[in-house]
Design a protein around this ligand. Structure first.
Ligand code: FES
Length: 101
């Protein structure tokens, strides 16, 4: 199974192919609160994907529209609830909800 590495701490978890990055973050104990239930509405799961961007599912129009509305978005931005893992390892960086992790 692919390995999800979570920066800045560098914690790793295995994640099933087809699972969302959000599910991997929750499994790793990241204190994330998916306020919208994983429906690309709240942006509380905004992360940067550093490695493995080609293996995760493409950004949907709905995700893009939500990303366009939030501050601090960059070329590596994804909503963890919308990005599903493929066959390769992925490295992400958690952002605003990372305190205490
Ligand atoms: S959990 Fe709300 S946008 Fe991802």
């Amino acid at each position: 199974m692919p390995v999800l590495t979570i920066l800045p701490e560098g914690k790793t978890v295995t994640i099933a192919e087809g699972a969302t990055l959000l599910s991997g973050l929750i499994e790793a104990g990241v204190p994330i609160d998916p306020k919208c239930g994983g429906n690309a509405k709240c942006a509380s799961c905004h992360i940067f994907v550093h490695d493995g961007r080609k293996t995760i599912t493409k950004t949907t129009r709905e995700e893009n529209e939500r990303l366009d509305q939030i501050v601090g978005v960059g070329s590596k931005s994804r909503l963890a609830c919308q990005a599903k893992v493929g066959t390769e390892n992925v490295t992400v960086e958690i952002l605003g909800f990372s305190s205490g992790f």
